[in-house]
Design a protein around this ligand. Sequence first.
Ligand SMILES: [Zn+2]
Length: 231
Amino acid sequence: MRASLSQRQLSLSKQYEGAIIIAKLYFRYGTMDSSKSARLIMDAHEYTQRGEMVFPVKPVVDTRSKKGVIESRVGISVKCFDLEKDYNIFHHVHNLVVTQGIKLSCVFVDEAQFLTYSHVLQLRLIADNLDIPVMCYGLKTDFTGHLFAGSTALFELANRFEEVKTMCRVDGCRHKAMFNVRYKNGVPIFKGTVVKVGNIKEEENKEYYVVKCSKHFLSDYAQYSNKGIKK
Ligand SMILES: [Zn+2]
């Protein structure tokens, strides 16, 4: 690998030799239906299998989702701490680690798109000041194609990014899904409240989501705009 580095990269890497590597704040982002929660649960399980302690967290939003547990559609789950909007997660983890002496190997955060900016700053402090890696999993954009507040903060403050990929669900399309298209009564819609429970099964609800590539997302949006469909 070193041979492929430029002279500038080599000189920079030399500067960092001997520097103390601190824990990182990760953002693993994707669309709905891309198995992010399943990845989180399996990643957390790897730590606990080695006898290490982890701290799974989920922000509380006004949805029907269950409290105290992170669940995946594939049927696996892990217990979690419910993070309220104004709660300081850095103080909480600091208390566990410094005051109570609990050794935590990693903090895991599900539904990270619903974090507040303050939460993301606090997670940054957990990595920087307590030297505990923080892995956040969440959606990049909402059904209108814009970044969630929590995702914006993570793109600003995290230092490792990984896209959790899945395919566009339009028949025959082989492109990567980039957007979550919201359907109502069988038709894509682009207006309405942003925070909605992620239902990806048509039969369970009148409103549901289909993940699509940028081309199919934009063609849905063009059709929606041309027809002047209102919610
Ligand atoms: Zn497509």
